[in-house]
Design a protein around this ligand. Structure first.
Ligand code: MN
Ligand code: MN
Ligand code: MN
Length: 285
């Protein structure tokens, strides 16, 4: 019997729509036994999630999804099992949050101009309940204000790269983020490797640099991978000294095509990332 796990999901502490408590309850209801909450660049949801996990009898791992810069691109690194009081980690989170606030303010200014709204930043921040609303919150705000049909339209019209309200953020370098996560006792994982639009060659370069920096795992179990993507990830596991992780990247129950903890099994021979976790890493066991 293998453990039903999900090592990648989001709550209202970043851009998810369920509170940490609701998320943990949804995971428990879906049969998840071990969950890692991996909000974008924040640890803020973890204490509440840990309390809910204790109440549900579910194991909760501390997690985070850090946006990093690699080769002039944005890549996401999931951290698992860190000591969340580690000063280096706390400093990283503070710096990333500051970068997020500055980006959100700039997105807001652009939307005020191009979407004909006043106070876009304040509206998105109010909706998100944070001063660093990410793009999904701006998308939801644009829907609520009747400026776009739906969130996808908001991205296509305003928010995605190349559109008028797209703002890139000066994220921390990948190698630095990996070093901070490792120093905090955590495991660094390349999140959703097939979602960056990288060629096979570029992806291999990313993994070479990631391993050199001390990165240890690759997210390979996720919903809706096609055959070619699965083959590519198997090849990466074979050719790089990486353990295998998996997660749904759940943000909201509105993503009807995915369920917390419902992941393909790891490729044969893959070493599960759980092997690398500190024995006392869980916030709730
Ligand atoms: Mn997100
Ligand atoms: Mn991501
Ligand atoms: Mn994510």
């Amino acid at each position: 019997m293998s453990v039903i796990y999900d090592y990648h999901c989001h709550s209202t502490a970043s851009d998810g729509t369920l509170s940490p408590t609701e998320l943990v309850e949804a995971a428990a209801a879906a049969g998840v036994q071990q969950l890692a909450l991996t909000d974008h660049d924040t640890l803020a949801g973890l204490p509440e999630a840990a309390a809910a996990a204790r109440a549900c009898g579910l194991s909760l791992l501390p997690g985070i999804e850090v946006s990093v810069a690699w080769s002039r691109r944005e890549v996401h690194i999931v951290g698992l099992g860190m000591d969340i009081a580690d000063p280096g980690l706390v400093a990283l989170v503070a710096a990333q949050q500051q970068a997020r606030v500055r980006r959100a303010e700039t997105i807001g200014k652009r939307l005020d101009k191009v979407a004909g709204l006043a106070g876009s930043y304040g509206r998105a921040a109010a909706l998100a309940g944070t001063d660093a609303p990410g793009r999904p919150w701006f998308a939801r705000m644009l829907v609520a204000e009747g400026k776009v049909r739906d969130e996808e339209h908001a991205f296509n019209r305003f928010l995605k790269a190349g559109q008028s309200a797209y703002v890139s953020t000066p994220w921390i370098e990948m190698a630095e983020a990996v070093a901070v996560l490792r120093a905090a006792g955590g495991v660094a994982v390349v999140a959703h490797p097939v979602r960056y639009g990288l060629t096979r060659r570029k992806l291999r370069q990313l993994l070479t640099d990631f391993c050199e920096a001390g990165g240890q795992a690759l997210e390979v179990a996720m919903p809706r991978l096609n055959e070619a993507q699965q083959a590519l990830l198997r090849e990466c596991l074979r050719d790089f000294p990486l353990h295998a992780s998996g997660g749904s990247d759940f943000h909201t129950p509105a993503q009807k095509w995915l369920t917390l903890g419902r992941l393909p099994t790891l490729p044969e021979g893959a070493r599960p990332v759980a092997e690398l976790l500190r024995p006392d890493a869980a916030l709730a066991a």
